[in-house]
Ligand binder design. Structure first.
Ligand code: UD1
Length: 355
């Protein structure tokens, strides 16, 4: 059996790797190794997602933890290289754009191990974002690039990636949602928090551009106070640490802070909300799929189809309250966001490994 390493590292990876792991395991064709780099380690940033998706515990845990970009990247490279030397896989799959995915991609490519990138081709065209640099590096090295949408294929072709390496598989985040949607519907989290369906917003913030500068974070806080409905705000550890460091107390009658949520609880909140205020990447996609308005606190997005076709709009702290009170934006679900991406990836992998 061909050996495949599936790399997961940080919150946005777990829901992408889960449906792929299950499809590959069910095929019985591969010997899989689930590798957790440990970039995220708090139980609510990591363990909860293994339970929510019924994923087995990782076969290998690299325990790299937090650090500067160079420290974290180097730690993943050193640790993964040892794992790959001891038991060399035939192919490695990395997902998304986090530091761990880039670090494993560089290590695998230098060892001559075939590399597949899940969620390839996304570009914000903003090189101040560490994720944009990670995407460019991973895509330049990958042998197989699985894309979610047409714009992603276009970026890759423009950067000179050979057409036969690019396979449009659709959006695997929608597979994740479809696989646990019954649990999400049963969870009733808004009820348990005393929230009325359609009469509250959900907020998430963690991008350095929004939360690392005290003035910027304060201006977002002021805008949230004008939301007109309660705002449930599960706080990312990076944001929590900055709020403490800057002495910002965000809790108010309008804004209800809570710990980060697992996938099922979070999606239960999102699906009955009046809209989501966020700087996350994945949430822009999930809201487009669910037809829930999304207000993205960024100047750009690497997921433009969520704006051109979906319910997403880019806002700033200055324009947020007007956008929240305007008529909700309706949208359509982009092609191949149908819950079948993992099956298409399985087909692509078989073709690649049998060639
Ligand atoms: C990372 C990803 C980002 C992704 C985000 C999702 C990179 C460059 N960034 O950002 O693309 O959208 O994850 O959450 O890879 N921390 C904890 N507990 C944890 C994890 C982090 O307390 O389990 C704290 C640490 O203080 C750490 C800080 O959060 O220094 C930032 O964590 P890090 O993984 O470096 O980046 P994120 O901001 O989470």
């Amino acid at each position: 059996m061909r050996k495949i390493d599936l790399i997961c590292a940080a919150r946005p990876n777990f829901m992408k790797i889960a449906p792929l792991y299950k499809a590959l395991q069910a095929s019985g064709l591969f010997s899989l190794r689930l590798i957790h780099t440990g970039q995220h380690y708090d139980p609510m940033m990591s363990d909860i997602f293994f339970r929510d998706f019924d994923l087995p515990l990782p076969d290998v845990h690299l325990n790299v933890g937090s650090g500067t970009h160079a420290t974290q990247t180097a730690a993943v490279m050193l640790a993964y290289e040892q794992v790959a030397i001891q038991d060399r896989p035939d192919l490695v799959v990395v997902a998304g754009d986090v530091n761990s995915s880039m670090a494993v991609a560089v290590t695998a490519a230098k060892m001559g191990i075939a590399l597949a990138h899940l969620e390839a081709g996304l570009r914000s065209h903003d090189r101040t974002m560490p994720e944009e640099l990670n995407r460019i590096i991973i895509d330049a090295l990958a042998d197989l690039l699985w894309t979610p949408s047409e714009d992603a294929d276009m970026h890759l072709r423009r950067e000179g990636v050979a057409a036969e390496k690019i396979v449009r598989v659709g959006n695997i985040m929608i597979d994740s949602y479809c696989q646990v949607q019954d649990k999400i519907k049963a969870a009733q989290v808004p009820d348990s928090m005393g929230l009325t369906s359609g009469k509250y917003f959900v907020a998430t913030l963690h991008r350095p551009g929004n939360v690392d500068d005290p003035h910027h974070l304060m201006s977002i806080w002021s805008a949230l106070q004008e939301a007109g409905h309660p705002v449930v705000f599960p706080v990312h550890p990076r944001t929590r640490k900055n709020m403490e460091r800057f002495g910002i107390e965000m809790q108010s009658d309008i804004v209800r802070l809570c710990e980060p949520k697992g996938y099922i609880a979070f999606m239960s909140l999102v699906s009955s909300s009046a809209g989501v205020i966020t700087d996350s990447g994945g949430i822009q996609e999930e809201t487009t799929y669910l037809g829930i308005p999304c207000f993205t606190l960024r100047d750009n997005t690497e997921r433009p189809v969520t704006v051109s076709m979906g319910t997403n709009q880019l806002v700033s702290a200055a324009t947020l309250s007007a956008a929240l009170s305007a008529a909700p934006k309706s949208g359509r679900v982009p092609p191949l966001w149908d819950g079948q991406a993992a099956g298409r990836i399985l087909t692509s992998l078989r073709t690649f490994l049998e060639a």
